[in-house]
Design a protein around this ligand. Structure first.
Ligand SMILES: Cc1cc2nc3c(=O)[nH]c(=O)nc-3n(C[C@H](O)[C@H](O)[C@H](O)COP(=O)(O)OP(=O)(O)OC[C@H]3O[C@@H](n4cnc5c(N)ncnc54)[C@H](O)[C@@H]3O)c2cc1C
Length: 412
């Protein structure tokens, strides 16, 4: 049994902490935030590998994981279908996964209000100090502290998030608020709408209390829109009182003026079904989209995982699944090599290139979105082609493509 520290108590950290604890290790998780992390995320596309990671974490996976859809559909600006594609998927939510993982992990090992400030290591251990003055020591440290990882900033400060040039408006709308037209033509499907150089997508998720009964569910949407880094982005990350949040604006701080503007544009350029959803979503929020591509994820007794290691733009729908995969691989190598740098090196050998491929595929999907129609030459045939490609490539299971090294088409 080894002493292992996990930094970050969101989905990635909870996967690692649960799996390592089940292997019999003495795991302590340090999370900066105080209170529940609920309310941070929205919808999550599941893949078989995500269910595998939940099982490894000791969680039974059944139909209550999420809402099943059987089809994808792309809507034109007039609300008519431009194309459809059969594809069965289970759509869950961030908070569903968070509760499953958090309730499975002993609360006395999940320490909150622990803002990790420094990490250091010697031949036999790794040491951590927190802002509150507390310190911890362990044989290994697994850092799953997100896109702006404090651990990564210490061991590899040169690895920085790079802004992709666009933001995503996100939110969830109650099914019970929607018109029959939107319920009949969109609600039950993984839907898309493709205005020039932009992309709207959405799918049904469970409602309050993980209720998956018809009438009680919600529709989760993500609307990607270009925003220049120095102008539009700064404006959007500034609240109604003029306070600027450079690393991300809290959901409830998003300016009502920006929400009103966004809804107006939605009425002009999106399918009416999506315009209705945006109108009836109580608290839309926004996130700037970044890439993080690491050239190194292991530093002696310290490993980076989850968004601390790689962030692929969400088009690939892989962030949580990737974090679960990485947790499994770390635990498997610790089981084989013990809690040693050799185990982490084996993790790096297995996952570094895969992580880079996920980022590359997400960039490819993002570039495709940005390129389509940007020249203003979208006849109805090219729009249909775009729709077919976007439906076939967005948020699909790419585990086989990753193993074969084909996550990005060879022609690029
Ligand atoms: C628009 C959008 C849509 C997405 N859709 C999907 C999807 O469909 N499917 C999917 O799989 N993924 C999706 N993702 C990605 C997914 O949300 C993340 O990849 C996933 O949550 C993994 O996160 P993580 O645990 O590594 O990091 P985070 O969730 O960022 O958690 C990091 C944790 O570390 C804590 N922390 C930070 N600093 C410190 C510190 N110094 N000390 C202690 N604790 C610290 C933070 O408080 C936080 O709790 C999406 C992302 C976005 C932006």
């Amino acid at each position: 049994m080894a002493k292992i520290l996990v930094i970050g108590g969101s989905l990635g950290g909870l996967f690692a902490a649960n799996i390592l604890l089940r292997q019999g290790h003495d795991v302590t998780l340090l999370e900066k935030a105080i209170g529940s992390l609920d309310g941070r995320g929205a919808g999550i596309v599941t893949h078989d590998a995500l269910a595998d990671a939940l099982r490894e974490a000791g969680i039974a996976v059944d139909d209550s994981l999420g809402v099943a859809v059987s089809k994808r559909v792309t809507l034109g600006a007039d609300g008519e279908s431009l194309g459809e594609m059969p594809l069965s998927q289970i759509l869950t939510s961030w908070s569903r996964l968070y509760h499953l993982l958090k309730e499975n992990f002993p609360s006395e090992r999940y320490l909150q209000g622990k803002n990790v400030k420094t990490v250091s290591q010697d031949a036999s251990s790794v040491q951590v100090t927190c802002e509150d003055g507390s310190s911890y020591e362990a044989e290994l440290l697994i850092a799953s502290d997100g896109i702006r990882s404090a651990v990564r900033a210490q061991v590899a400060p040169e690895i920085q998030p790079e802004y992709a040039g666009y933001i995503a408006w996100r939110g969830v709308c109650d099914e019970s608020h929607l018109s029959n037209y939107t319920l009949d033509t969109l609600f039950n499907y993984f839907g898309f709408c493709l205005p020039n150089g932009e992309q709207m997508l959405g799918y049904p998720v469970a409602g309050s209390g993980n209720d998956t009964r018809p009438g009680k569910r919600r529709y989760n949407f993500v609307w990607y829109r270009p925003a220049s880094e120095d102008g539009e982005l700064v404006k959007l990350l500034t609240d109604a009182d003029g306070h600027y949040y450079p690393t991300g604006i809290p959901p409830l701080k998003v300016s009502w003026k920006h929400i009103a503007e966004m809804r107006k544009v939605a009425r002009d350029i999106l399918a009416p079904q999506y315009a209705e959803i945006l109108e009836k979503t109580a608290s839309p929020f926004l996130q700037a989209i970044y890439d993080v591509r690491s050239d190194q994820i292991v530093f002696g007794r310290i490993a980076l995982m989850g968004d601390a290691a790689f962030v692929g733009r969400p088009h690939v729908g892989m962030g949580v699944t990737k974090a679960g995969d990485e947790a499994i691989v770390i635990a498997r190598h610790i089981a084989q090599f013990g809690a040693t740098p050799a185990a982490l090196d084996a993790y790096s050998n297995e996952r570094l290139t895969l992580g880079q491929q996920v980022v590359a595929r997400a960039q490819y999907l993002g570039r495709y979105m940005q390129a389509q129609g940007s020249k203003g030459t979208r006849d109805s045939n090219s729009l249909r082609r775009n729709a077919d490609t976007v439906m076939a490539e967005t948020a699909i299971d790419i585990s086989t493509l990753l193993v074969e090294g084909k996550a990005v088409p060879e022609s690029l």
